[in-house]
Design a protein around this ligand. Structure first.
Ligand code: NAG
Ligand code: NAG
Ligand code: NAG
Ligand code: NAG
Ligand code: NAG
Ligand code: NAG
Ligand code: NAG
Ligand code: NAG
Ligand code: NAG
Length: 636
């Protein structure tokens, strides 16, 4: 039911209201009831659910006219074969959504869909159809049809019959997992002039060679997204395919899982080069997905002529070398995704050709990049996001990226923030999580980036702090220092004033830092702080003045510490406090605790989580008793 509901909602054809199960005037649900024939249904029904029965003859002939019926789901009949006969749905002239998918060995009468002039979505997936479904005039009356789903059949060619001329609303044809080998010449004649939002030809048998007789596709259609992923197209195959498909206007070309390169170590194969995509130059492709295609090297001028392309996805290839000029001609490129490849170094020559583009997003994540040549990134003046996460960098790249907003360096081996404030003068976010930073004092330089709002330094090895003075005009809004060793830093009395000038800071995460004590004035000045996370430390007690300055604090987590007792005077100075997490502390429920227990109902503070999580550990007679249910007479 969940699935069906989701499917219907996705199809946008039924609102949540009409599917309410108690609304049984409009929904007739007969799923999985071992029916062998169509049930009688009343005229008021709007949605008829018949999937997972044993009906062999799907037809609405038994009923009188069903003017209200809009959705019929009759897929996955368990019988050996299913018959859908002459004018089977003629009594439901307002049907919009029809699902016959998964009916094994369906036999469909040529006139089965006659009368369905309102039908918008037709599911005929996995029902054993061959190409005659496209060639036998079946759909001639479906003038409102938008989506035709033919996934998982045995269709060998794409040569739609003239009835497709009447399908003026058709926008989506799904033919994935069929047996289509080639599309040539006049094949798409009857789709002439159509504007499809998607044509899915993934997981077919598409392949071309240079000697086969396959004339240029002569008709013009436009397709927003053409998906030819997972076909046995090799380098010659795609070149030929692009050469002959100049009549198809494509905005987004998806060809994941192709075999376009020599992979790792197969030197007898070639990688794509300047001729591979020449056929596409007459097209206005804006997005090219070449992921998972075994490409090993990016050759010079590989994309030359693709001046409309804005987005290239080269993730999950085997790219380890980017030749000079590889990105020539990509004047409009905005997004380049090279994640999950085998890049080890980044050389200046590789990206020279990107300087004349307007690239604003570079994704190099999950490579093995250990070195970035001095000035390799220079001149990328439109770059806004640089993702270098999950590489092997040991230092901040030396360069200057004046318009960079987001710098993602998480999961590297960087041990110092040296050079960061030269690299990004106008950044908003810096992610340095999961590195080897040791010195908290690096923040001093980072804070000179006046635009910086988010700084993430969690999961490092921060245990010292050498800084002279912290800038007074920090705009920092979010600071994550969790999973470090700040206890070491503050134990040696260094950088006790680190937060004092962070007047805009709203989120501060200090969890899992081995904190046993918090220095007295550590939170002084944090007048905008909303959320403070101190969970997972070793705090045993809190002094009543600790949070005094935190006039905006709304949420405080003290979970998983070693707090034995807690007095309401700790929270009383906090006018905005509404939620406190106290779970995972070994509270000793002596009468001292009653002050907190009695205070809570008179405050605006709620204890987070279930009451069982926040309970007494001692004395043994009260072990496990939730703090909130402690009674005056229980305590000793
Ligand atoms: C129809 O709805 C009524 C009231 O909501 C309910 O009592 C009844 O069981 C429903 N009948 C069926 C067949 O779902
Ligand atoms: C299928 O059902 C319809 C309506 O009951 C009937 O007219 C038709 O003869 C049936 N066809 C087969 C093959 O049983
Ligand atoms: C395709 O299916 C139709 C209808 O089931 C059948 O009559 C025809 O013989 C099939 N054609 C091929 C080539 O298998
Ligand atoms: C090219 O494809 C045709 C048709 O599929 C086939 O007959 C021919 O053998 C292929 N040629 C090569 C060189 O693979
Ligand atoms: C594609 O077209 C170009 C230019 O017309 C031609 O040089 C090349 O041989 C063609 N490639 C194939 C595989 O047909
Ligand atoms: C890029 O390719 C990967 C791998 O095939 C895919 O998961 C991802 O959705 C693609 N991203 C975009 C933005 O197309
Ligand atoms: C790049 O590709 C990876 C892997 O498919 C994907 O996870 C990531 O979201 C993509 N990056 C962008 C910016 O789309
Ligand atoms: C507290 O510790 C428990 C057990 O280790 C863990 O499952 C839980 O997520 C932690 N809670 C918080 C808020 O850190
Ligand atoms: C609780 O919140 C209300 C509304 O913000 C405020 O007027 C009231 O003083 C608060 N009560 C306490 C005990 O802080």
């Amino acid at each position: 039911m969940q699935l069906l509901t989701t499917a219907l909602l996705l199809a946008g054809l039924v609102s949540i209201r009409t599917l309410r199960t108690d609304d049984n005037d409009s929904v007739a649900s007969y799923e999985g009831q071992r029916l062998t024939s169509m049930p009688e249904i009343s005229q008021s029904i709007k949605v008829l659910l018949l999937s997972f029965n044993n009906i062999r003859n799907i037809s609405l002939h038994l009923s009188s006219c069903l003017p209200n019926l809009q959705n019929l789901l009759a897929g996955n009949q368990q019988s050996k074969s299913v018959y859908i006969g002459d004018r089977a749905f003629i009594n439901a002239p307002n049907l919009k959504f029809l699902d016959l998918g998964g009916n094994k060995n369906a036999v469909i009468h040529q006139d089965a869909f006659v009368g369905l002039q309102k039908l918008q979505v037709l599911y005929l997936d996995s029902i054993g159809l061959n190409e005659s479904i496209l060639e036998g005039n079946y759909f001639r009356e479906l003038v409102s049809l938008q989506k035709l789903i033919l996934t998982g059949n045995r269709i060998k060619r794409l040569r739609p019959d003239p009835s497709f001329h009447s399908l003026k609303s058709l926008e989506y044809i799904d033919l994935k997992l069929n047996l289509i080998r080639q599309i040539c010449g006049e094949d798409l004649r009857n789709l002439q002039g159509l504007h499809l939002s998607k044509l899915d030809l993934s997981s077919n048998y598409l392949s071309y060679n240079s000697t086969m007789n396959c004339p240029t596709i002569s008709n013009s259609i436009s397709v927003e997204v053409l998906d030819i992923s997972s076909n046995p197209l090799n380098l010659v195959g795609v070149e030929k395919f692009f050469n002959i498909s100049t009549g198809i206007q494509i905005s987004e070309l998806v060809m994941q899982h192709s075999i376009l390169g020599k992979n790792f170590g197969f030197s007898n194969l070639k990688d794509p080069d300047a001729s591979t995509f020449t056929g596409l130059t007459k097209n206005s492709v804006r997005s090219l997905d070449l992921s998972r295609a075994f490409i090993f090297e990016l050759n010079p001028s590989l994309f030359v002529g693709l001046s409309h392309v804005e987005k290239i996805n080269l993730s999950f290839n085997k790219i380890n070398k980017i030749h000079q000029g590889a990105f020539n001609g990509l004047g409009n490129l905005k997004m380049l995704n090279l994640s999950n490849n085998l890049l080890g170094e980044i050389y200046a020559e590789s990206f020279e050709s990107l300087r004349s583009s307007s690239v604003n997003y570079l994704d190099f994540s999950s490579n093995h990049i250990g070195a970035i040549q001095y000035n390799a990134l220079v001149g990328l003046n439109t770059l806004e996001t640089l993702d270098l996460r999950n590489n092997a960098l040991t230092r901040i790249p030396m360069s200057s990226l004046p318009n960079l907003l987001y710098l993602l360096l998480g999961k590297n081996r960087i041990s110092s923030t040296y050079g960061l404030h030269q690299l990004i003068k106008n950044a908003v976010l810096v992610d340095l999580s999961f590195n080897q930073l040791q010195d908290l004092g690096g923040i001093q330089d980072i804070l000179t980036i006046h635009t910086l709002r988010y700084l993430i330094m969690s999961y490092n090895k921060i245990s010292t702090c050498t800084a002279s003075a912290f800038p007074t005009d920090s705009q920092l809004y979010f600071l994550d220092l969790s999973h470090n060793s700040l206890n070491e830093v503050w134990r040696s009395s260094s950088c006790l004033d680190i937060f004092h000038n962070m007047k805009q800071l709203a989120f501060l995460k200090l969890s899992s830092n081995g904190l046993i004590n918090l220095p007295k004035n550590i939170f002084q000045g944090l007048k905008s702080l909303n959320v403070l996370d101190l969970s997972g430390n070793l705090l045993r007690s809190l002094s009543s003045n600790l949070f005094l300055s935190l006039k905006s604090l709304k949420s405080l987590s003290l979970s998983n510490n070693s707090l034995l007792t807690l007095h309401p005077s700790v929270f009383e100075p906090l006018p905005s406090l509404t939620i406190v997490s106290l779970s995972g502390n070994p509270f000793v429920c002596t009468c001292e605790m009653m002050a907190l227990v009695n205070w809570l109902p008179h405050s605006n503070v709620t204890i987070a989580g279930s009451s069982e999580d926040t309970s007494c550990a001692f004395p043994l007679t009260l072990k496990g008793v939730p703090l909130t249910s402690l009674q005056e007479e229980d305590c000793q």
